[in-house]
Design a protein around this ligand. Structure first.
Ligand code: D38
Ligand code: ZN
Ligand code: CA
Length: 547
């Protein structure tokens, strides 16, 4: 039987000649018949079931010159197309392309109510022969759809749709969400909300229901293109989904110091993540929250509105935004792509421990405590601290300075110095997050290390075995040399010299004297041996007693 042949699953590369001549409905005896023998070359899925179909081949014998002829062609092949083209098909559009092919696009309707998604297209070649039919027809619709009169009106359906997504149209228009947006972020209040509502027949799993297809499209409080099918019988929700595609987007938030900032985020499945895919990395910049206080890497937090405004989100907002800034600094100033210079993922975890007064690089990622609230506030709230931690990662992958004694103090110093390069407003480290109640306070100072108990000259070098041989103490000496250098030659030259020394000349066991030589060599490479820049570096180290 012809139907059987058609419903065979054929590989698309097979050429198949279906012989329909035995079926009386197909073989019209009249000479002007537009159908006699179909040669089907491609077939995808069953046309006699409720699935999309794709047929191609020499499908008609005579010419098909208009939509009336198309319907006749379908009528002649009713066993194949299974619906009544005259009562169920409405021409939506007819186009002829550059190849001279004409495409007749129809929708299947019952009593003029379109079946959502039931689009069927008949394609003819330049000789007006049907060469393909594509799309979807629902064979059972005409018998299954009993009633095309709705019980509820359009505006009730629209109300039901808004209720379903827990918003009102007003929520999506300007106002509530944008009051806090400052002028620099004006683009955030470009609003547009579109509501569409059409009566359709909704099909799902072989069930047909008269429904209002309500489309709610808006930007605030989150990007949405909701497709909501409201049952026209009783206002219940038959199906709903947000058709906005997953992908990179821009959100906003407030940091630890209550400062507004934009964030590179990612939208997936109705929520947003602190997940930045905008950099030319192999990985991403992602920010998480520690689970159970201290298990790493922790979990992704989400925000349904891409508005990271909650107090509890501030530490994440800053860890994420500042990691991006440090990435950009290394990329733009030193052409270094992430800490490994191969675009590695930069991961941060916040809310680590409980009242934890520290931050660290653990060899794989950055970790930040919330602080106890008086000694420290959330440690990710300072750009110089984030730069300090991420520079530990850079050092690990370049000079590899061993984290003890002089090489360890150099490791600390390079982290503090790049903390300055990223946050050059002052020579202090951690002023934004240390003792929030005490103004002008900080953890360390490049210009005056003695202010925080560090030596600023070799005469005061601390010989100790604690803190890995005083790495956070003796770093005061190279820190002071860095301050002397920067204040003499300026940040722009200094950062080039420091980056070159770290990535080209220093090695795991380098001591202070070696660091002086490495920086001088870098200064010579970049600005000339004996140049004033070179001599400034020399004087900077002379002044701290390192030769
Ligand atoms: C001061 C006080 C309490 C705790 C600490 C310091 C106090 O005044 O009561 C602990 N701490 C924090 C820091 N240094 N000591 C500062 C951070 C900076 C970057 C914010 C720091 N962290 C170390 C680092 O990154 O080098 O320097 C963490 C090293 C961890 C190695 N196990
Ligand atoms: Zn450190
Ligand atoms: Ca600072």
């Amino acid at each position: 039987m012809s139907k059987k042949l058609v419903s065979l699953a054929l590989g698309t590369s097979l050429v198949f000649s279906a012989s329909f001549t035995g079926a009386s409905t197909f073989a019209q005896s009249s000479s002007d018949s537009i159908t006699s023998k179909m040669e089907i070359h491609q077939k995808v899925m069953n046309i006699d079931k409720n699935g999309p179909s794709f047929l191609s081949g020499k499908l008609s014998k005579g010419v098909v010159k208009n939509d009336k002829d198309v319907k006749k062609f379908m009528q002649d092949n009713k066993d194949l197309f299974s619906i009544d083209p005259h009562s169920e098909l409405t021409l939506l559009e007819q186009t002829t392309d550059d190849l001279g092919m004409t495409h007749y696009k129809f929708t299947q309707s019952i009593n003029d109510v379109p079946i959502d998604g039931a689009i069927f297209i008949v394609h003819t070649n330049k000789n007006n022969e049907v060469t393909a039919t594509t799309g979807q027809l629902y064979k059972e619709a005409s018998t299954k759809v009993k009633k095309t009169q709705s019980n509820i009106n359009k505006s009730t359906a629209t109300d039901q749709a808004w209720k379903h997504i827990s918003l009102t149209e007003k929520d999506t228009l300007d106002g509530s969400h944008d009051e806090v947006v400052i002028d620099a972020h004006k683009e955030s209040d470009v609003e547009s909300t579109t509501v569409k509502n059409d009566l359709v027949i909704h099909e799902k799993d072989g069930e047909f229901n008269l429904a209002y297809k309500v489309q709610l499209q808006f930007i605030q409080p989150y990007g949405a293109n909701w497709q909501i099918f409201v049952d026209a019988k009783d206002g219940s929700i038959l199906e709903s989904y947000n058709a906005v595609a997953d992908g990179a987007t821009t959100g906003s938030g407030y940091g630890v110091l209550d400062d507004y900032k934009t964030l590179n985020t990612y939208y997936s499945n109705g929520t947003y993540y602190l997940y930045d895919v905008t950099k030319p990395m192999n990985g991403v910049i992602e920010t998480r929250t520690a689970s159970n206080g201290s298990s790493l890497p922790g979990y992704y937090t989400v925000d349904s509105g891409n508005t990271w405004y909650a107090y509890s989100q501030a530490a994440e907002v800053d860890a994420h935004a500042y990691a991006g800034k440090v990435y950009d600094y290394y990329k733009n100033t030193h052409n270094r792509n992430s800490y490994d210079n191969n675009g590695a993922t930069i991961r941060s975890t916040v809310h680590y421990g409980s009242n934890y007064n520290n931050a660290f690089w653990n060899g794989s990622q950055m970790v930040y405590g919330d602080g106890d609230g008086s000694t420290f506030t959330s440690l990710s709230g300072a750009l110089d601290v984030v730069a300090h931690e991420l520079t530990h990662a850079v050092t690990e992958r370049t000079a590899g300075l061993q984290y003890q004694y002089q090489s360890g103090a150099l490791n600390e110093s390079f982290s503090d110095v790049f903390g300055y390069f990223l946050d050059p407003g002052d020579y202090l480290l951690g002023e934004d997050i240390y003792t929030p109640g005490v103004s002008g306070d900080a953890l360390r100072s490049l210009s005056d290390p003695t202010r925080f108990g560090q030596p600023a000259h070799m005469n005061n070098y601390v010989n100790t075995s604690s803190d890995n041989g005083g790495v956070h103490t003796n770093s005061g000496i190279p820190n002071k040399a860095a301050y002397n250098t920067i204040s003499s030659i300026g940040k722009t030259k200094a950062e080039k010299i420091y980056y070159r020394a770290l990535t080209v000349y220093l090695t795991p066991t380098s001591n202070f004297s070696y660091a002086r030589a490495a920086l001088l060599q870098s200064a010579a490479d970049l600005y000339g041996s004996g140049s004033s820049t070179y001599n400034s570096v020399k004087s900077a180290w002379d002044a701290v007693g390192v030769y």
